[in-house]
Structures are given as structure tokens and as C-alpha cells.
Design a protein around this ligand. Structure first.
Ligand code: G
Ligand code: G
Ligand code: MN
Ligand code: NA
Length: 252
């Protein structure tokens, strides 16, 4: 399709850039890291979201090149800062399609070899939706974790990851999907799901990051139940990295 052509041309013409959403420690309220989120500004001026172009890139075999570009952009934007802040956690999304093949590990190795970003700075986020070859995913996740990179399951609760699936993948953290945070304190049928996810993650000794936190009441609920990290509009929208760095330096 023409969108596919535009995507390939967009890669050549450097139309992609990253925004960074702050992640905060719920106890201290301080920024401890950020999630890198990809954006596409087309030559028409139109801003296209990843919900549109990531599935397309997956279908057309462009995802590998796109993920390679994400790592380049992230290193360019954050490398100097991360070299000076070994405790800062930067989360990068990879597609399930990236896990089917080895190149992804090579991309991280090359980045780590350049030296600005260290493995412990990195969190790799993987959506449970779309993982077809669980053995391949296990191998890639194991290789990343062997390097000291943390791995988190993104959008947790929206896919089919049951307990056994989760145990076999062996990850470090769960990101609780925004839909469950939205249901907290409402009469939505899913308003109890978050408490079950928290109990399960606790039993499995997984770290938890709540996504899409918009209200102090949601933050209070999560904090009271021992969730360590949160991100959402209450703390900050996706923004240029220098703004997140300033937030971190202020200790806010
Ligand atoms: O930032 P936004 O809410 O529009 O992101 C929508 C979806 O796109 C999210 O599920 C997010 O994980 C995914 N996404 C954002 N950036 C990237 C990226 O760099 N790579 C991949 N594979 N997915 C991304
Ligand atoms: O990787 P992931 O699927 O979690 O992508 C997060 C998406 O959710 C991003 O596109 C981001 O812009 C969006 N988002 C982040 N925080 C909030 C929030 O507090 N409320 C809403 N409605 N959307 C959010
Ligand atoms: Mn994510
Ligand atoms: Na998510």
C-alpha cells in the first residue's frame, strides 16, 4: 500500500523521532526513569501514532529496520545523560515480531559496546499479544537478561498470558495495562482485575509499573497495595528527553 511505501521513505528521510514519558516511584513521587515512545511526522506534516504504523511495519517486514532506528534515536537522545546517571531506567518497546529472530540481541550488543548506555539502564518492554513462537521469545528474553537488561511484559492483562505462560517467559516486571487502572474505583466489570494482577505479580516477585495513571486516587490505591512504579498523565505526558532529564535532576 502507499502507507507502506511512505513508511519506508519515512525511514530513509528521518521522519521518525522519540518522545519520553516519565516513570515515577510511587513512594517518593520522584522520576526514576522513562519510556521511549516512537512517533512519525510525515512529510505531509501529519503525526501518525505507533498504533497505526507498528502493526503495518510488522506485516510488511519493516519492523526490524524500525526497531534498529528506535535504538539509534534512543542512544542519540539519552546516551550522554545515561552515561552520567547509571540509576536511570529507560524502557524501550520491542515488537513480538522482533523476538522471533536473533538480530535484536545483536542490536543491543552493538549499542552496549559503544559504551554510553549500560545494560542496567535498560528495560525492554514486550507485549504479550503477538508472541507466536514462545521458545524463540524465551531465548531472546534470556539473552537480554543474561546481559543485565531488565525485561517487562507490556499491556499486561490484555493478551492471553496466563500464569504458566508468564512463568515460562521469566521476566523482571509487569506493566499493568491502562484499561485496568482506569477501572479502579469505578463500577466497571473489570474494577477488581488490578488487585488480582498485583497479588499475582507479588507472588511471582515481579516488579510492577502501573500505566495510564491520571488521578491521585488511582495513585493512592496502587501505592497502598505496594505497586512500586507508575506512569501516566498525572506525572507527565510523552515529551522531549531533555524535559524528562530536567525533571529527574530536580528530583521531582
Ligand atoms: O505512545 P502511544 O500510546 O501512542 O503508543 C501506542 C502503542 O505503540 C503502545 O502499545 C506502545 O507500546 C507502542 N509503541 C510505542 N513506541 C514503540 C516503539 O518504539 N516500538 C514498538 N514496537 N512499539 C512502540
Ligand atoms: O507502551 P504502551 O502501550 O503502554 O503505550 C502507552 C500509550 O498510552 C502511549 O501512547 C501514551 O501516549 C498513552 N498514555 C500514557 N499515559 C496515559 C494516560 O495517563 N492516559 C491515557 N489516556 N493515555 C496515556
Ligand atoms: Mn510500552
Ligand atoms: Na503498555
Amino acid at each position: 500500500t502507499s502507507l507502506t511505501t511512505a513508511l519506508r521513505r519515512g525511514l530513509r528521510n528521518h521522519e521518525f523521532f522519540m518522545l519520553y514519558q516519565p516513570v515515577v516511584d510511587l513512594q517518593s513521587g520522584r522520576c526514576t526513569g522513562a519510556e521511549a515512545l516512537l512517533r512519525w511526522r510525515r512529510d505531509t506534516g501529519e503525526l501518525v501514532g505507533p498504533d497505526v504504523f507498528i502493526p503495518l511495519a510488522e506485516q510488511t517486514g519493516t519492523i526490524g529496520a524500525l526497531t534498529a532506528r528506535v535504538l539509534e534515536l534512543v542512544e542519540r537522545d539519552t546516551g550522554d545523560f545515561l552515561a552520567a546517571h547509571p540509576g536511570f531506567h529507560l524502557a524501550v518497546n520491542v515488537s513480538a515480531a522482533d523476538l522471533a529472530a536473533d538480530p535484536i540481541v545483536g542490536l543491543f550488543d552493538a549499542m552496549l559496546a559503544r559504551g554510553a548506555i549500560t545494560a542496567t539502564n535498560l528495560v525492554v518492554e514486550i507485549t504479550e499479544r503477538g508472541i507466536l513462537d514462545i521458545e524463540a521469545a524465551r531465548t531472546v528474553i534470556g539473552a537480554l537478561r543474561a546481559r543485565g537488561i531488565h525485561v517487562a511484559i507490556d499491556d499486561f492483562g490484555t493478551g492471553y498470558a496466563g500464569l504458566s505462560y508468564l512463568e515460562s517467559l521469566q521476566v523482571d516486571a509487569l506493566k499493568i495495562d491502562r484499561s485496568f487502572i482506569e477501572a479502579i474505583g469505578t463500577t466497571a466489570p473489570t474494577n477488581q482485575v488490578v488487585s488480582h494482577i498485583i497479588a499475582m505479580a507479588g507472588a511471582m516477585r515481579l516488579a510492577m509499573i502501573a500505566e495510564g495513571v491520571e488521578t491521585p486516587a488511582q495513585a493512592d490505591y496502587l501505592r497502598a497495595r505496594g505497586v512500586q512504579y507508575a506512569q501516566g498523565w498525572l506525572y507527565g505526558r510523552p515529551q522531549p528527553f531533555e524535559d524528562v532529564a530536567a525533571l529527574f535532576e530536580r528530583g521531582a
